[in-house]
Design a protein around this ligand. Structure first.
Ligand code: HEM
Ligand SMILES: [Ca+2]
Length: 725
């Protein structure tokens, strides 16, 4: 089906669950379990961990007090009676939550008017935490937890919603989502680069940390082994009808960490944290905490460059530095299936790879591509800016390049390239009217439903294989197709198997997977997630559904109502909305009522709008979020005074194809990298006028006098010599 693409190195065999008898389900010594890899995927920095620790301490203390009251009185206390205001104040103090909840104070010097902060704080000067890292997600609809304290939906199997209990998420995944790897249709219009771009910008907006504790708070049981529910373990039950049931009774799942204040203050629900800045500001490249941002810089560079990998390069082009390895034997990003002897391992690790360090510690290879491209782009920009303005110091160069990088990300994902493909031109023009300027009343924080459901829509457009192509987009016998599960976390493959170019070419020439009612999520994601090192794999479909319940997202109908859409009350009404009776019937059998359908799976099941890839409900939720990220961002690239009009014009011309040309060895690129390109002959040379350069000449500082030019940036800033009309 892939035209130019050869067979994968390993066949995408169907999975066998008798792990006790099958090598690929057993775990070799020193390997990481799939749930360990998920924890790495969701790993967050020290700042976030401090807040989580405080919040969990608070949560557990309240839970203990509740239990004591219950044991004494045999009556469940209600939140208003449990603690006096003074008690709450004391608890917040001793757990460290008070400090976390404090409002940051904002500087009003000229630098804070010119550049966004690393943490996103003070973007909105009235509400300095809006959109910042380490704040709770906002809520568009109040959560519907199973109890007032924030127990997840589906915690108690007997609990009913609209008189019916919720089906096991794994059953929904098997019945509605599962699609054989070779049973997919290809998108005739969109490239796989568009899919990967979605994941890349997701990592700019959303990172939900899970509890770092692997043991149940009350019993101390290991969450990766126990099938009983005990916070933070919320294991995914495997139904008896499931082919996995012979080998497994449950899949480990950790609840997302609570934020400080959760559940303790009257009217405050349990809330989950966003560990990164919600703004589209390239925080995945620069970090969302000042300590990480600083660690990622090369402080000895007079150019304000980012730090580079000192051990490996990609045919002379740079990689990110490696993460300092904490436990040498537990390395998720090194080769697997190597000999297990300790001495071998030591030799192997000395000269191979570790996980890369970046604004986030994510090591999905597709992200490694974008990380590498944009790291190189930053260092290219500072060099060019230095040539134009030799008097700029390293901090000015760093900040100006960072500002351009943020703008590049805002241009591409938002109005001009990415969103119209997802929503369709018509929905785009309706839901995303032209920019009217900054509105400080708009909260740009990410909404829980966006992170936990809406923007996960693209999980059903991911291909089961990663294609790798040689120069001229030819298949390369050295680097055959990789099953997806062998590519996740395998940064060593990029380093040792030809650098980023082969995978980038593969992404440019491969189409996205098309989502249809019978072809939802590929087997690779449902049955092999994070299986690279062995162990029982996870199921991304089940994780998405369980996460929605963990976060207390209300069911499908309420969200339809929220968006002003019709609310289905019966199978036939649902069938009409979905345009598919079989699917509606499946939902009816599983959920008993359309009202209870989990938001993510209901929303992705709606037929796509003309020219787009999502239905009405998703287009409403996705557009609402992007609109708030645009209108509520004081540094939005189109805002008057952020850039000059000439700078804006030049920024608008930048395409991902140009970024690829400037930062890889690839010389042939599509005019439009998000559209499907079917034949290598349709690619253009990087010198083609349709792949314009980013002309930085308007960044040359206006000549405002000798004295300013020789001064440090701060002086320049006070004299407003940069880009101010
Ligand atoms: C190879 C492809 C991908 C893989 C393996 C993958 C895997 C994952 C995993 C394991 C999670 C965490 C699940 C949980 O425990 O809740 C996740 C979350 C998420 N994914 Fe993907 N994903 C992929 C592609 C995408 C794409 C293309 C998009 C969007 C366009 C996307 C958007 C998201 C979002 C928004 C989240 C929530 C993140 C958070 O809350 O921290 N993913 N993905
Ligand atoms: Ca961000």
């Amino acid at each position: 089906k892939n035209g130019h693409i050869s067979e994968p190195a390993e066949p995408l065999q169907s999975i066998n669950y008798h792990c006790s008898t099958l090598r690929h389900c057993s775990l070799s010594e020193g390997a990481l379990r799939p749930s360990d890899l998920l924890a790495q995927f969701k790993q967050s920095g020290a700042r976030t961990r401090t807040q989580i620790q405080a919040a969990e301490l608070l949560d557990n203390t309240v839970e203990l007090i509740r239990e004591m009251v219950y044991t004494h009185s045999m009556v469940q206390p209600n939140p208003h009676e449990l603690l006096s205001e003074g008690d709450v104040e004391n608890l917040l103090q001793v757990t460290g939550c008070s400090a976390e909840l404090q409002k940051p104070s904002c500087q009003s010097d000229c630098l804070s008017h010119r550049y966004r902060s690393i943490t996103g704080e003070c973007n909105n000067r009235q509400h300095p935490r809006w959109g910042a890292a380490n704040i709770p997600y906002s809520r568009w609809l109040p959560p519907e937890y199973e109890d007032v304290w924030g127990a997840p939906r589906g915690w108690d199997l007997e609990h009913t919603y609209h008189n019916i209990s919720l089906p096991p998420v794994r059953l929904v995944s098997q019945e509605v989502l599962f699609t054989h790897n070779d049973d997919i249709s290809l998108d005739s219009g969109l490239s796989h680069l568009l899919v990967e771009w979605g994941q890349w910008i997701d990592h700019d907006m959303v990172l939900t940390p899970q509890s770092p504790s692997t043991a149940a708070f009350r019993t101390g049981a290991d969450c990766t082994h126990t099938c009983s529910k005990d916070t933070p373990c919320f294991p995914i039950q495997i139904p008896l009808s499931d082919p996995r049931s012979d080998a497994q009774r449950c899949m480990p799942f950790f609840r997302s960490a609570p934020s400080c204040g959760a559940g303790i203050l009257p009217h405050r629900h349990r809330e989950q944290l966003n560990a990164i800045t919600s703004f589209v500001d390239a925080s995945m490249v620069y970090g969302s905490s000042t300590s990480l941002a600083s660690a990622l810089r090369n402080h000895s560079s007079p150019l304000g460059s980012m730090a580079l990998n000192s051990q490996h390069s990609d045919h002379e082009l740079a990689y990110m530095p490696f993460l300092p390895r904490q436990q040498t034997h537990l390395d998720p990003c090194g080769p697997r299936n190597s000999t297990s002897g300790a001495s071998d391992r030591t030799t192997r690790q000395e000269n191979t790879t570790s996980c890369f360090q970046a604004g986030e510690n994510k090591n999905v290879p597709m992200n490694i591509l974008f990380f590498s491209l944009f790291l190189r782009e930053h260092n290219r920009l500072v060099k060019e800016l230095h040539l134009l303005n030799p008097h700029w110091g390293p901090d000015t160069l760093y900040q100006e390049a960072r500002k351009i990088m943020g703008a590049i990300h805002q241009v591409s994902p938002s109005l001009y390239h990415y969103l119209p493909r997802v929503l369709g031109e018509h929905a785009m023009s309706l839901l995303m009217p032209p920019y009217k300027g900054y509105d400080p009343e708009v909260d740009p924080s990410i909404a829980n439903a966006f992170a936990t459901a809406a923007f996960r829509f693209a999980h059903v457009t991911v291909q089961p294989v990663v294609a790798r192509l040689g120069p001229g987009y030819t298949t390369n016998s050295q680097h055959p197709l990789l099953p997806l599960h062998h590519s996740l976390f395998a940064s060593w493959r990029v380093v040792q198997e030809g650098g980023i170019d082969p995978v980038l070419r593969g992404m440019l020439l491969s189409p996205a997977k098309l989502q249809t009612p019978g072809q939802m999520m590929v087997e690779e994601l449902i049955e092999r997630l994070f299986q690279a090192q062995g162990g029982m794999p996870l199921d991304l479909g089940a994780l998405n559904l369980q996460r929605g319940r963990d976060h207390g997202l209300p069911g499908y109908s309420l969200w339809r109502r929220f968006c002003g859409l019709s609310v289905p009350n019966s199978t036939s009404e649902l069938a009409e909305i979905l345009g598919n009776f079989t699917l509606a019937r499946k939902f009816q059998l599983l959920y008993g009522t359309p009202h209870n359908i989990d938001l993510w799976v209901g929303a992705i099941s709606e037929p796509a709008l003309p020219g787009g890839r999502v239905g009405l409900l998703l287009s409403c939720l996705i557009a609402k979020q992007f609109k708030s990220l645009r209108d509520g961002d004081r540094f939005w690239w189109e805002r008057e005074g952020v850039f000059t009009s000439t700078q804006r014009r030049h920024l608008q011309a930048v395409s991902l194809s140009r970024i690829i040309c400037d930062n890889s060895h690839i010389t042939l690129v599509p005019a439009d990298p998000f559209s499907r390109t079917e034949r290598p002959e349709d690619m253009l040379a990087c010198s083609h006028p349709l792949i314009p350069h980013l002309d930085l000449s308007p960044w040359k500082e206006p000549d405002t006098g000798e004295e300013v030019r020789t001064e440090k940036y701060a002086v320049c800033c006070h004299k407003a010599c940069l880009f101010i009309h």
